[in-house]
Design a protein around this ligand. Sequence first.
Ligand code: IMP
Length: 411
Amino acid sequence: MQHLLSSLGPVVAIIGAQWGDEGKGKVIDMLAEQFTVVARACGGANAGHTIVVNGKKTVFRLLPSGSLHDRHVFLGSGMVIHLPTLLEEIAFLKKEGIDIVPRLVISPKAHVVFDYHKEIDGALEDRMTQKRGSGIGTTRKGIGPAYTDKVMRTGLQIVHVFSVDVRKALESRAEDIERMYGVTIDAAAEAKACAQAKKLLAHRVMPIEELLAETLDAGGRVLVEGAQATLLDIDHGTYPYVTSSSTTVAGALQGLGLAPKRLTGCIGVAKAYCTRVGNGAFAAEADTEAGDRLRERGGEYGSVTGRPRRCGWLSVPDLRYAAVVNGFDCWNLTKLDVLDTEKVIPVCVAMDGEKPVFEELPGWQTSTAGITEWGELPVEAQRYVECIEEKTGVPVRLIGTGQGREAMIVR
Ligand code: IMP
């Protein structure tokens, strides 16, 4: 592990290579201890990582999954933050004996997601579904509408909601919003939520760009926790079935205001198979029977929405593309054990137009759950991993073999 860490250097990004839910939380959990700061750059409460505190399972949507470690936690300028959700997460941790506030830093430039953004998100999805049978399949957490406000330059940043009259600012927009989307803004309630957040968090709003630079100049280490994943990126993903932020490593650096030349390492995280929630193309999607099997074995249900995830096979062209866009130093292949019962494992090795071309690799049909040594993996499983390395040109340095923290092979 130390060898891997020193090869990656002091600024490491963890980036999803598929459509999210690759299991980034586990490698972050493993690495966070070795870093000074864990920083989240983009997205909002559309993310969801299940974490266990004092034996209780909860889902974090805004706080990075590295938050449980006694490290500084930064929320970057590229994020869109629903303040009541953030307060809930902080309160949950407090109840469990963890006071995260003193080590939390929020960028004044992060944008605020209001409840009315969530309502617009839902209204747009419903309207699209009525018109053409299906929508984007968003998480309905207000992400698209909040980023729309941001790029239209009508949004409110954290610094604004902690300094201006929020009620007045929202009342001035209410008529337009009602006319455009049929959504009513409850300006008083939104302002109240901001005031509550201000009371607890105003002193934790600081220029994270400078703090990150100072941390590094003083010899500290920064772990950049990516949210969502490459194929959901607004520029590089499967548009329009994407999220509204920049989910690649470049987007993460931009969202943090961290100079790109500071980055020293980037781990691409990919499931040993593939899943997608929401609509949009999924060339390597499995048939119903295999899809159901992967879903049950992998527990593939959305942590934010509970939606069953669509399941399929690994796509080499997608992984290669993600590696090209992000410049991965290595892969963390996750959930290898989910494939334990498969007789043969199809891998999409190329695309023939819109059609996937599959190669079938032999399965291993024995348990790999909890294995921590490369040499203990069945040869077929080793071959599977090596095939991914050969076909993507990126080494697989970390292999997840189960839910537990320790169920990971480090090569
Ligand atoms: P939005 O980000 O809620 O606007 O949703 C846009 C698309 O991104 C939908 O297909 C969502 O299912 C997907 N999405 C957003 N966040 C995540 C995530 O954290 N994991 C997986 N899919 C996500």
